[in-house]
Ligand binder design. Sequence first.
Ligand code: GLC
Length: 756
Amino acid sequence: MTSAETSDLTPAQQASLLTGGGFWETARAGDVAPIVLSDGPHGVRRQMQGTDHLGLHHSEPATCFPLAVAVGSSWSVEVAERVGTALARECRSLGVGVLLGPGVNIKRSPLGGRNFEYYSEDPVLTGVLAAAHVRGLQNGGVGASLKHFAANDQETDRMVISSDVDERTLREIYLAPFQHVVKNATPATVMCSYNKVNGVYASESRWLLNDVLRGDWGYEGVVVSDWGAVHDRVAALAAGLDLAMPGPGDRQTQAVLAAVEDGSIGLDQVDAAASRVTALSREYSNEPVEPFDVEQHHAIARELAADCAVLLKNDEGALPLSADSRLLVIGEFAESPRYQGGGSSHVNATQVDVPLEHIRAHASERNCEVRFERGFDTKRDDELQLRATAVAAAAEVDVDVAIVFAGNPDSEESEGYDRTRLELPSDQIALIREVAAAAPRTVVVLSNGGVVTLEGWHDEVDAVLEGFLRGQGGGAALADILFGVVNPSGHLAETIPLRLQDTPSYSTFPGEQGHVRYGEGVMVGYRHYETVDAAVRYPFGHGLSYTAFETRELVTVTTGPDTASVQVTVSNVGERRGKHVVQVYVGTEAGPVRRPVRTLGGFAKIDLDAGQTKVVSIDLDRSAFAYWDIERDGWVVASGVYEIQIGADASTVVARQHIDLRGDDLLPALSLQSSVGEWLSHPVAGPALGPLLSALLQQASDREDGSSAVAAQVAEAPVMPDVVRLMPMIQLVGVSGGAIDPNKLMALATQSVQTR
Ligand code: GLC
């Protein structure tokens, strides 16, 4: 029975919808028009001719907004949503119906080549910000494509490697952001990734695409493949993959029709997938609208970037720069800024703010002198001369502050390959050290997609401003912060470790012989460092301000057996307006599994004038307390004591309060390793099992062979002897001579284990 969407399409037409009609659009079939899909996620990469999925060929000019790494550091739902809203406007004017983003993979290693395209090492921060991005985009009439589903957390061998991850880790860390966005923002499409998950290509994983995405989460949108991620169109369709990209796909269409013909796939599955693709093309339009306002969008990109930079270090108020300062700006990135990463997300930016120009503009208003030295050049190798000249300039008496713009070269960070080192390039490290030894004060401004270690120069400088990759308006935003026009309010969304060896994925990243084993489990990022009390340079959540905030009067009330509401009072006790992030963490030892010492439960970013006080309320839903229980195959909130912590960052708790949660009405989980007594005393399984067990044992004891002696003894005993009661059920199955069917027992166990 065909659905209303495709009722007037022939099977061949339906099948043709299941593969792209071209590189960037779906197929046309009957009255179903193609829909155009284009990259994102932080700018529209619309290609009118010359197509590719690696950012190699031309694309139409568009605004390069702050990248996910920057938006993640903003901790601002408003920033994330506004990026989505502005992107939607640009998509509409460029004739794009679906924008391929946001990316919500987890920064399992700081070496991840595409970490600039992802938000955080934490699934909660990732999910909440990505959902805001999707809302902004889709409220603007453009569909999102939540990617890359799933466990695509590295670039090395990304098209063939198997991410081997235990289910609890998958659910709590790598699937959690996808689940949050699906449940809270209903993305138009979900993009499956290239890699395998536990040995099965994501594009062919029924467990992932059907059981989890549709079965557990109720997703009803389109599952689209990453470009070229489908190896077997029929197997992918059977697993739940609706749309294979790119097209055209005559061969795939024929394969699908042949599979229907030979019965290996049902026409209903073809129809269901075609209906979803049809609904997508009817929901979103490619009809171009009037062009977007280039200057207005550039101003938005600049404004949002200002919320993203993280002031890591600011000794003795080195920043903001004071009037009349004599400044020496050093570094290629001051005049040739790094503002985005390489690969499919690469945007043909309408314009790019040059930090040096904006520094000069601010300086002229403040009677500051500005000189510039290149100091290094990522494309040339006369670094010694460049460095010597810069250091000599820094040593001159008429320099008050040296500002070094450093960071990762473009070639270091891209889709398609991972980084190999955590340090800045050695010539930049040498430059920073020598400048710091020469100048009265030294400020370092960083531009990098993934975190870098600061060791080897951190202690020699007075201030460090981490700008990450913040889009085309980021150069002006950095200057605004350096001169205090903007008060920095970013916070780390990824830990800055001391050494690569300290990172929890160090011994398994990026894998070998076709497998990458997520051996650290749920202990990713700060979940690891804080649990083992490992030293880091700067923890997740860290970020300084030009003002100061005070947190007090933490009040937590339980609002149900598995929910709570947190209220805290925050005051701006400094001299100037600023934004502050309230970070709520949860710690517990409740339940049968090892938990990280704390996990982010919720957060809110607030804006306070000097002297202003606000009461902030943050509701913690069930997900803030739950763990994934592999015996119950579901989320569980264990009853017990939970500690609510307000963190200045993941390592610094400024207020804490205990609450008791009743949690789920759990029934004991049963397995064949459970004792016979546990089975018989189980409130649900026991009554069902008792008579069954007696009958089965009686049958067994009636038999002549000696193998059922125990069974006979059990069957005749007035009371189950302890030796049997304490016996693991698997043992009794073994001696029952086949009378007890373990499969029936496990079916009973599954029925007997329930969570609310
Ligand atoms: C790329 C990327 C994906 C992108 C797609 C289309 O390989 O993995 O993020 O959206 O192909 O360019």
